[in-house]
Design a protein around this ligand. Structure first.
Ligand code: GDP
Ligand code: GDP
Length: 433
């Protein structure tokens, strides 16, 4: 199941402004901690109880005139193929341009839902101007102002009606996907895993048309590998390679339980890797990091530690993640990587009995209680794990609204110290009792 909203449109209509608005609430928290540069064009969003991924297609177009239109045209086609819903953004202050018309022509052939969104409708006077966009022949017009946020609620109300519902679990096997930038070694890893054993590996037709699910069952380990790496189609415009690969990654990631994020040891961890990491984290997926091409690195007895430190610093605050140094070329630690991914899967579905949770956590809380607020004491009385696909804990207390972020972190650290949750995002809620 994947809910991907792609924002398409020519430059300057406000795509990145809208993107920021749709992702702001969930993004801000993580960005504040990690200090990541804001060069991301995809992120997680949430509306009512629905979660989704937003992609701003504009971020991938090079700005040279000659590739420009072709690149945009191709991008719209890729977005039609890969996204669940398309937002066709236009600008009410400029009216319809030739490029708008071109994009509309491609979108009219889309079988996916397309919403024509008139942006920069900052006041009621501009509302009347939006009727010209009916000439696209794409149905209803949604007036919004990305700047103020007005109209975006109505738009999202309509958009989420097109999301697929969480399907009945088609099988109970762990679903693992391998993500990473082009050339880090994803295809090589998949080949190393399944290559010569194809007779015991059966590709299973995926529910999503264009990701392959491979049933892996060797050496006592069994899981579904969601493979998009091997399916890379040729893009005509070179600038779109990254865009296409990102679309693929997002889709595979949404289907997976555990994301194996591959890095290139020679290049270290880069902002695009960190973006994938945060997306996995925000979608509550398990994560394992592989530092591949380890054979290319000149090593001494400090190298592993230095690499680990550098990576953990960049992925903070969620640093409790297995990091494994592999050389797919030399078949080094491939098996260990598989085992780590399955361990993370287990951690993600772990249920801690309530009595054990309280026995361990209450004394720790007692010896380091939440700081009092305005002279009021905060008392945590009882803890329970909430049922869900990833670990969630409810801490029942008298004044939940007074518990601050640092104390939440303390609690999370203690949970991680006492119960194994390596590679798994944890959610903690404080509730009134
Ligand atoms: P993109 O190239 O499509 O990503 O467009 P940007 O998001 O960079 O926006 C282009 C310009 O339009 C910027 O100067 C924005 O501040 C402005 N803009 C975006 N949304 C609105 C809006 O709702 N109202 C107004 N008045 N300006 C907007
Ligand atoms: P993908 O784009 O992520 O699927 O990457 P590929 O699997 O196509 O690998 C890109 C290149 O890196 C190929 O030339 C591989 O042979 C090479 N490669 C993959 N793994 C390793 C490794 O562990 N060490 C070295 N030195 N090269 C590797």
């Amino acid at each position: 199941m994947s809910n991907i909203i792609a924002i398409v449109g020519r430059p300057n209509v406000g795509k990145s402004t809208l993107f920021n608005r749709l992702t702001e609430s969930r993004q801000a928290i993580v960005d504040d901690f990690s200090g990541v540069t804001r060069d991301r064009h995809y992120g997680a969003g949430e509306w009512t109880d629905k979660q989704f991924t937003v992609i701003d297609t504009g971020g991938y177009v090079a700005n040279s005139e000659d590739v420009f239109e072709a690149a945009i045209r191709e991008q719209v086609m890729i977005a039609i193929e890969e996204a669940s819903v398309l937002l066709f953004l236009v600008d009410v202050t400029t009216g319809i341009t030739d490029l708008d018309d071109e994009i509309a022509k491609i979108l009219r052939r889309s079988k996916k839902p397309v919403f024509t969104v008139a942006n920069k409708v900052d006041n009621n006077a501009l509302l009347n101007e939006t009727s010209i966009f009916y000439s696209f022949g794409l149905g209803e017009i949604y007036p919004i102002s990305s700047m103020t946020g007005s109209g975006t609620g109505d738009l999202l109300d309509a958009v989420i009606t097109h999301f697929e519902d969480e399907p009945e679990e088609e099988n109970q096997l762990p679903k693992i996907t391998i993500a990473g930038r082009p050339n880090v070694g994803k295809s090589s890893l998949i080949n190393a895993l399944i290559g010569k054993e194809r007779n015991i590996v059966t590709p299973v037709a995926g529910t999503t048309r264009d990701s392959i699910r491979i049933h892996y069952n060797q050496y006592g380990n069994e899981f579904m590998l969601i493979d998009t790496a091997g399916l890379r189609k040729k893009t005509k415009v070179r600038e779109n390679i990254e865009f296409y690969s990102v679309m693929r990654t997002i889709k595979a990631l949404e289907e997976a339980d555990v994301v194996v994020l591959m890095l290139d040891a020679a290049e270290g961890i880069e902002s695009q890797d960190i973006n994938i990491f945060h997306l996995a984290e925000k979608n509550k997926k398990g994560v394992v990091i592989l530092v591949n091409k380890w054979d290319l690195i000149e090593k001494n007895n400090k190298t592993v530690k230095e690499f680990e430190e550098q990576i953990r610093e960049k992925i903070a605050p969620f640093t409790d993640v297995p990091i494994i140094f592999t050389s797919v070329l030399n078949k080094q630690r491939i098996h260990k990587a598989v085992e780590a991914a399955l361990e993370v899967y287990k951690n993600r579905s772990k249920k801690i009995p309530t009595s054990k949770l309280n026995d361990v956590m209450l004394p720790l809380i007692e010896s380091y209680p939440p700081p009092s607020n305005k002279g009021k004491y905060i008392k945590i009385k009882y803890i329970t794990q909430i049922n869900g696909i990833s670990p969630m804990f409810a801490f029942f207390c008298n004044l939940p609204q007074y518990i601050k972020e640092p104390y939440k972190r303390f609690i999370e650290n203690k949970l991680r110290e006492n119960f194994e949750f390596s590679g798994v995002p944890i959610q903690i809620y404080f509730r009134q009792k």
